[in-house]
Design a protein around this ligand. Structure first.
Ligand code: NAD
Ligand code: WQD
Length: 346
């Protein structure tokens, strides 16, 4: 029998790609739990189109304790929870901090309590490189301390990690892994599943593809006067399918009892810094499109460069990136075109 994994946020961007990887592994049965507050139920159709498997989806709010526990009771026995469900938009979190604390921490509280009450043995938690703040030493390792949180969103990830640590101290039966993602981009290489970005996205890659398709007029490069190789900011972009694969590897790591502590932390980045101008060049070259962009001033709060040392995940999870920057920009563009086609036929 396949081990059943509850994927909260399973119709979202990283959650849906992770369900695809769970199915492809042949080891796991995935069940999506998502209120679709930031996604749509049609993601389940797209997962089926890619994998041939119809995944069960419970459309509930995880902050609703009774509704969530009822799902867990129905799905018992559960071999593990991968907890993606959260809000993730940095500027929105500055505008509506309480909404972020309530949703991101309230959902985690219910997930941890469910693990305790229903004896769920494994938990994988989505954390973020934003917990490191303005780092002084690169590359960033798991030992790099938390920085001053630059927004409520980053703070919810810091508190979330601490909640899991304290909970793990008194719950030795729960084995957990915290994964700190750097900059996930790209989509399924088929072009059939991807991120549903808001109309006014904040992140670089959806802005690039929306400019290319004509939904947005122009991309502004936020500063070319940084002390970097071409003056623009450097980030560690990582293909979403590699992020998804790391979740399958993390589950296997726990199932094989390879963890030394019951709360292990891994950075997930490619280990390579790529600049904004390099992203633009790769996008233009791979997709044979000219992007309308201009050079602007610095965005407040941006650090000049951040990239990961992911050797721990490489060594202990046997996880390695399969996709490079060209795959990221190719799949990002394929999905944007597919989405535009879907919207025209709606
Ligand atoms: P996403 O918005 O695409 O997916 C999150 C999903 O969770 C959505 O489908 C949303 O409907 C659902 N959700 C949110 N609150 C819920 C609730 N209370 N109950 C039920 N469903 C709820 O975001 P994503 O990019 O897939 O991010 C997944 C996780 O990874 C988040 O925890 C995010 O903070 C973290 N993360 C994302 C990035 C990134 O750049 N995408 C980077 C680092 C960490
Ligand atoms: C990337 C680079 C911008 C838009 C954020 C969160 C982080 C994580 C990932 C969740 C930067 C530049 C951007 C534009 C630009 N999310 N840029 N023009 O800021 O590294 O990280 O998303 O956990 O927590 O903080 O990602 O995609 O916003 O920016 O020049 O119109 O692109 O300055 O250098 P960021 P991003």
């Amino acid at each position: 029998m396949k081990a059943k994994i509850i994927v909260t946020g399973g119709t979202g961007y990283i959650g849906s790609h992770t369900i695809i990887e769970l199915i492809k592994s042949g080891q796991f049965e995935a069940v999506a739990v998502d209120s679709c507050v930031r996604s749509t139920p049609e993601t389940i159709d797209r997962i089926e189109e890619i994998t041939g498997v119809r995944v069960k989806h419970h459309n509930i709010d995880i902050c609703d304790r009774n509704a969530f526990f009822s799902v867990i009771e129905q799905e018992a026995p559960v071999a593990g929870i991968i907890h993606f469900a959260a809000f993730k938009c940095v500027p929105e979190s500055v505008e509506k901090p309480l909404m972020y604390y309530r949703n991101n921490l309230g959902s985690l509280e219910n997930v941890l309590e469910a693990c305790e009450l229903y004896h769920i043995p494994r938990l994988i938690f989505s954390s973020s490189a934003s917990i490191y703040g303005d780092v002084k030493e690169l590359p960033v390792t798991e030992k790099t301390p938390f920085g001053t949180p630059f927004c409520p969103y980053a703070h919810t990830k810091q508190i979330g990690e601490q909640m899991i640590h304290f909970f793990a101290d008194t719950h030795p039966d729960l084995q957990s892994v915290i994964l700190r993602y750097f900059n996930p981009v790209g989509n399924d290489m088929s072009g059939l599943n991807g991120e549903l970005s808001p109309d006014k996205p904040n992140n670089l890659m959806p802005i690039v593809t929306q400019v290319a398709i004509g939904k947005m007029k122009q991309l502004t490069v936020f500063g070319t006067d940084y002390d970097t190789r071409d003056g623009s900011c450097i980030r560690d972009y990582i293909h979403v399918c590699d992020i998804a694969d790391a979740h399958v590897k993390a589950l296997q790591f726990l199932i094989d009892k390879k963890n030394e502590s019951n709360c292990e932390i891994f950075n997930l980045g490619s280990g390579n810094g790529v600049s904004v101008l390099e992203i633009i060049n790769a996008f233009e070259k791979v997709n044979h499109i000219k992007l309308n962009y201009t050079i602007g001033g610095r965005r407040p709060g941006d650090v000049p460069a951040i990239y990961s040392n992911s050797q721990r995940a490489n060594a202990l999870l046997n996880w390695h990136c399969r996709y490079d920057i060209n795959d990221m920009v190719e799949s990002a563009w394929k999905w944007e075109k597919h989405l535009s086609h879907l919207r025209k036929t709606e």
